[in-house]
Design a protein. Structure first.
Length: 163
């Protein structure tokens, strides 16, 4: 993790801790540093959180999901600045949000979890319109998160229509 952070000898210890915390959250506990398919692994790592959200009633689930998205935008924006790169691949908190949207207000059963995971990954990787438009047009933390939210909405709607 040290090699991705910009080095600044004048940085205070507290600022360095804050940056490490942001990177830790943005990479979903360093999962984003996986050498093999960090987005896919990050999507899998989101499943316990999705299970937690599924146990909430719809109102509290909505509040939690909106708070998660808002928080994730700030974290992704901070990580982008720390790393000095647009939409760094190690940031997987966007996949966490996308999976949470994918499975939101659906039964947490194997058919929905596996189907939702597969649909979300297809939309996130292929980025059909308008997902690609959001990915290319919207910058910063909002841009990092928004294309995954749209992919999650598409996946959620398909799950609702098919099952």
């Amino acid at each position: 993790m040290k090699s991705i952070l910009k080095t600044n000898p004048q940085k205070t210890a507290m600022a360095a801790i804050k940056e490490k915390a942001i990177v830790f959250m943005a990479t979903w506990g360093l999962i984003g540093f996986s050498p093999l398919a960090p987005g896919t692994i990050g999507s899998m790592a989101a499943l316990p959180l999705c299970f937690l959200i599924s146990a909430m009633d719809t109102v509290w689930g909505t509040v939690f999901l909106l708070a998660l998205i808002s928080f994730s935008i700030r974290i992704a924006n901070g990580a982008e600045k720390i790393v000095g790169q647009q939409d760094p691949g190690m940031v997987v908190i966007d996949e966490v949000c996308g999976m949470a949207v994918t499975l939101f207000a659906l039964p947490f059963t194997p058919i929905f979890v596996i189907g939702g995971f597969a649909l979300f990954r297809v939309f996130d990787i292929l980025k059909p319109f308008p997902i690609r438009w959001f990915d290319k047009t919207v910058k910063g933390g909002l841009g990092i998160i928004l294309d995954d939210i749209v992919a999650g909405i598409f996946a959620n709607l398909i799950l609702r229509c098919v099952f």
